[in-house]
Ligand binder design. Sequence first.
Ligand code: RIB
Length: 329
Amino acid sequence: MGRVFVAGSINMDVVATAERHPKVGETVAGEAVLYFPGGKGANQAVASAKQGVPTTLIGRLGTDAFGKELRTFLAAQGVDLSFLKDTSGTHSGTAIITLANADNTIVVVPGANGLVDADDVAAPVLAEGDVAVSQFEIPLPTIAAFFGRARAAGATTILNPAPAKKIDKALLDLVDVLILNETELGLLTGAELRDSDDPASIAEAARTLGRGKTVCVTLGRRGVLALVEDQPLLVPGREVRAVDTTGAGDCFVGALASQLAIGKQLGDALAYANIAASICVQRMGAAPSMPTAQEVAAILSPSRPGRDDEAVRKAHSSNQSSHPPPAPV
Ligand code: RIB
């Protein structure tokens, strides 16, 4: 069985909940301030580790109180932290999030994440069958160095280009599986895409990212559209009651990586990751809302009595002790 290596960001998510999002220049009264472990790299690593697949997170924390809390949380989720560095002179990554009607806006201040460098990603030794995962909350040259080493070792590379930035061709050429949403696809391809676009137009835009690459476009509640060897494959979304979509894309990426590492076919891995993300959105917070392999299996085998979203939700809320409680201010 392969392993998953994630090079990426670790943030403390400071979440203000409100009835609605403020408009630019407007102030609205909030309801609560909550603290959740997050960051795209950490979220994806937790999602993978919780599927029972050996998962290593390469990244940096500040030597502040958030850094200590994040390290403790990640260790408790079973993520290998041998290549996680504490860095003095800066703060841990911090995301300021507003959450209203299950949707969020996010401002990320990178802090230590901005210092993850080529030496950091050179430390772990990857092997054939492993999966290397990254996103755009650490410097892009670091990601290129990481994927270059991964490719040389025969590992599969997965890039989640979020938050969206232009990618140069040299980095894109190092990617085996690209996972992005419609907004990111629009930015990378220059295509004008809307939520309501039909799968054929999305597939057409995805095709321009180059042949020989698997492109997975996450479509929120509509599911995911993948281009596999140039053939479109649509995995429909699941109807669930979302309370917080923060980290759902990361859950998809981490769960998919874990399934590819254990040798699953792409179609099965996509269906699995789609279910994992549908569980994630039914819970508050990013990293603490990642489901376990048992929870995903319970939805995949609905014939087992009492195994549905409601049962999974109840089991999760009565088993919150493995996650640090959100700290009220
Ligand atoms: O993808 C969600 C994540 O984006 C949050 O956890 C936040 O930290 C930002 O990195």
